[in-house]
Design a protein around this ligand. Structure first.
Ligand SMILES: Nc1ncnc2c1ncn2[C@@H]1O[C@H](COP(=O)(O)OP(=O)(O)OP(=O)(O)O)[C@@H](O)[C@H]1O
Length: 351
């Protein structure tokens, strides 16, 4: 997908003026509350109209004030999944799912409803009404309905922010797999950096209605490391745990990670703050932390007076954070071998 935007819009005191070009299959729009993310996607989807400018999706002109083109939302074929799943309350799960599908020309129906029902794990819900569905189930039905409308682009406008933490991370694999399995490019809006890291490959950053830059989620996490209260959040997908003395041992890099709140038999996603990793130049004699990993410094980066240290072991990486003076005292440079100590309780299991 390639999106070219050059638009201006004013809403009350707020003005949006943005010119950019971004490509990718999973693109993020990231910015603080009120920065203009929803306004931007409403303009792209044709729900509101710019004063002036142009919007192109691949080779299709969606809007051009110069050429007097303004495609209707239906002709743009952009499906939006909103923060709160807006299902039709008088229709059951199946009719909600098929709502847009039935309105597509048969020749345009690319995706089989059965395939979506399977990918989104909705089989046990198709005979039900929507009134008693949980928040996560409603969001999966809304997602299925959006995909079955055969969109050219799927917009997800903070689809996870109404869900609690555990549900949020359960839904992310579904969001990723619909986009990947059915080849539908998606535009994912959020102000959560973790969601950006899990969902997108490139990110358009918006600040006060203006373009603040185009970045990758990892670059964003690195830049924000010093100012983010939780530093750089390492996201680790781990599997194959064995349990010993009430702790979970996961294979990682050249060794193991020992984690308090793990589980056996299933993959889990863990967060680990860069601030929970302590670095030693030499092997410490005795420490209480359960993890002591020998790692090579792959890279160093700056973030507002602090140093990010990218540690590598057996092809896996972790980012640790130290103050600049500590980096100088320890003589840390790419290639240096270090010991990283991490408490087993520092890992937070999010799914
Ligand atoms: N119809 C409107 N009339 C006047 N101001 C509006 C209107 N719609 C939005 N705004 C203002 O435009 C600004 C951007 O709103 P928008 O919803 O695009 O932000 P956002 O980045 O999506 O925020 P959030 O993350 O909180 O959803 C806000 O200051 C909002 O109050």
């Amino acid at each position: 997908m390639k999106l070219c935007i050059d638009i201006e819009k004013r809403l009350g005191d707020f003005s949006l003026k943005l010119k950019t070009e971004i490509s990718g299959e999973r693109v993020g729009i990231f910015g603080a509350s009120g920065s203009g993310k929803s306004t931007l996607v409403h303009l792209i989807a044709g729900l509101i109209k710019p004063y002036a400018g142009e919007i192109y999706l691949d080779d299709t002109c969606l809007f051009s004030s110069r050429k007097k083109i303004d495609l209707s939302p239906e002709k743009r074929r952009i499906s939006i999944v909103f923060q709160q799943a807006t299902l039709f309350p008088h229709l059951g799960v199946k009719s909600n799912l098929l709502y847009g599908y039935k309105r597509c020309r048969p020749s345009e129906r690319r995706i089989r409803p059965e395939a979506i029902i399977e990918v989104l794990n909705l089989g046990h819900l198709v005979g039900r009404g929507v009134g008693k569905l949980s928040g996560g189930e409603k969001q999966r039905v809304a997602l299925g309905r959006a995909v079955l409308a055969n969109p050219r682009l799927l917009v997800m406008d903070e689809p996870l922010s109404a869900l609690d933490d555990s549900l949020r991370y359960q839904i992310i694999p579904y969001l990723r797999s619909v986009s990947a399995e059915f080849g539908i490019p998606c535009l994912f809006i959020s102000h959560s950096l973790t969601e950006m890291q899990l969902m997108t490959e490139r990110v358009l950053v918006v600040r006060d209605g203006r373009l603040a830059g185009i970045s990758t989620p990892d670059e964003l996490a690195r830049t924000g490391m010093a100012t983010n209260p939780r530093g750089y959040l390492n996201l680790l997908r781990l599997d194959g745990a064995t349990q010993k003395d009430g702790l979970f041992h996961y294979p990682w890099g050249n060794g193991h990670l020992i984690i308090s709140e793990g589980r056996t038999g299933e993959e889990s996603l863990f967060e680990l703050s860069s601030r929970d990793i302590i670095l030693f130049k030499q092997h410490p004699e005795a420490i209480s932390a359960r993890n002591l990993l020998e790692c090579r410094v792959a890279e160093l980066f700056d973030s507002d007076g602090r140093k990010g240290v990218v540690l590598e072991s057996g092809g896996k990486t972790l980012v640790a954070e130290i103050v600049r003076s500590a980096a100088e005292e320890l003589g840390i440079a790419p290639g240096t071998m270090l010991f990283a100590a991490i408490k087993a309780s520092a890992f937070r299991r999010v799914s």
